[in-house]
Ligand binder design. Structure first.
Ligand SMILES: Cc1cc2nc3c(=O)[nH]c(=O)nc-3n(C[C@H](O)[C@H](O)[C@H](O)COP(=O)(O)O)c2cc1C
Ligand code: SF4
Length: 413
């Protein structure tokens, strides 16, 4: 384990009382370096570093900014996605509580790169205290010439506003998030058009995850080559993992991309009990079983947002399927017909499984629902829900169909 680059260990969450001292000591070295470069050179640096978004979909950040930069429309926006509604995800909260200027500095650099004058930080509805501290921080930045008039140089204004989400996981989806900031119901509107062309208020928008923005100053500080030397092929840079569930020391852990699941779990104090499985990138991500313990946590393998929920072998896969289904059914917005239909099939099939239906046909029915939502759904929520459940059934078939076989099972005891 090398020295952390994104984590600020042993630091308390900022408060109104500590924010001015924190801001006064912050150097803005990366911003200074970025402002000395033309916007396209900054973008080229981010592209060369190979940074991919930390919010889940892992889109190349430099390419996203270039797409915004190249739009003919002059009004552009920068948005930091701090909704973080995925169960088991809490690393953005960590960054915003302890080192928010890293995130805001990343946003300022993005504003320079794409020529935006306004930025928004969209916060999870639980993050009330963070919102208040960020407001104080922005007031300090305005008073000290870091935000507002000429913040990016003579004649180049940039300011940042806070927005807090209503309680809805789906509002972290970028098009739903724009709706929420615009004062509408937070429901996905589908893509295209992509946010880089028509995003917030119909204007080109660079929307990135909080950790993605926090990674930007690091690239300017280390240089693209230095940054890309961390990690492994195609998966560059340090990554924050939110590790929770059946581990002895849950928390936010920094490791280079490419760390194995086994090594990450060791850093989390080891599994509490015998390892059964982990949800990587949370319940909307991928299922890793004991066969995957030595697999590398890379972009290619679906590291996504870095949430890792660990389950020991006291957990029944049927119990997990029920919990995930309850979550996703409650959180899907119902805006599109394929999503609604897919979630109805999921709910019905899981109820049948609990009543003793055989796992194989149940799995096939949910896989069919997945094909429908993935092909025609307006966002990735319902496709994710219908993807993870069949994987649990396939990995642990012995945990299902209990109601139709108790006699045989118990008879064998
Ligand atoms: C249902 C749903 C919820 C999402 N929630 C978040 C979130 O809380 N934070 C986030 O950064 N991205 C979230 N995303 C992904 C965003 O739509 C978007 O891809 C991301 O903010 C882009 O940032 P990045 O390129 O830096 O990863 C979510 C996507 C879906 C489908
Ligand atoms: S896929 Fe699901 S969550 Fe997404 S818009 Fe359709 S119904 Fe809503």
């Amino acid at each position: 384990m090398s020295a952390p680059l994104l984590l600020v260990p042993h630091t308390e969450a900022l408060t109104d009382a500590s924010v001015a001292a924190y801001a006064a000591h912050y150097r803005f070295a990366a911003l200074t370096r970025a402002l000395a470069l033309p916007p396209l050179s900054v973008i080229a640096e981010i592209e060369a570093a190979g940074l991919r978004g930390r919010g889940g979909a892992a889109f190349p950040t430099g390419r996203k900014w270039r797409l915004v930069h190249d739009q003919p429309e002059r009004e552009r926006y920068v948005v930091a996605n701090g909704e973080e509604g995925e169960p088991g995800a809490f690393k953005d909260r960590y960054l915003l509580e302890r080192d928010p200027l890293r995130v805001l500095e990343g946003m300022l650099i993005a504003a320079h790169a794409v020529s935006a004058r306004t930025g928004f930080v969209y916060l999870n509805h639980h993050y009330r205290a963070i919102g208040a501290v960020l407001e104080s921080l922005c007031a300090w930045l305005r008073a000290n010439g870091r935000l507002g008039r000429d913040a990016l140089g003579a004649g180049r204004d940039f300011d940042i506003e806070m927005r807090r989400a209503r309680a809805a996981y789906v509002s972290g989806e970028e098009t739903a998030l724009f709706q929420a900031i615009e004062g509408r119901r937070a429901e996905p509107t589908g893509r295209p058009p992509f946010p880089t062309e028509r995003g917030l208020f119909g204007k080109p928008t660079a929307i990135n995850n909080v950790e993605t923005f926090a990674s930007i100053p690091l690239i300017l500080e280390l240089g693209a080559r230095g940054y890309a030397a961390i990690g492994c092929d195609g998966s560059y840079g340090p990554k924050l993992f939110s590790v929770s569930g059946d581990v002895r020391a849950p928390g936010v852990i920094e490791e280079p991309l490419g760390v194995t699941l086994r090594a990450l779990l060791a850093r989390a104090g080891g599994v509490d009990g015998a390892f059964k499985c982990a949800f990587v990138s949370g319940p909307s991500g991928t299922l890793w079983t004991a066969a995957d313990l030595d697999r590398a946590l890379t972009i290619e393998h679906g590291v996504g947002n870095g949430a890792v929920i660990v389950c020991n072998d006291t957990r029944s896969a049927l119990e997990l399927v029920r919990a995930l289904t309850d979550f996703f059914v409650a959180e899907h917005c119902g805006r599109c017909l394929p999503g609604r239909a897919g979630m109805q099939t999921l709910a019905r099939t899981v109820a049948a499984l609990e009543a003793g239906a055989a796992p194989a046909p149940a799995r096939a029915a949910i896989e069919q629902a997945h094909a429908l939502t993935a092909a025609a759904g307006k966002c990735a929520l319902c496709p994710s829900a219908t993807a993870i459940v069949p994987k649990l059934i396939a990995a642990f078939p012995e945990d299902f169909g209990a109601a139709v076989v108790p006699h045989e099972r118990h008879g064998a005891d």
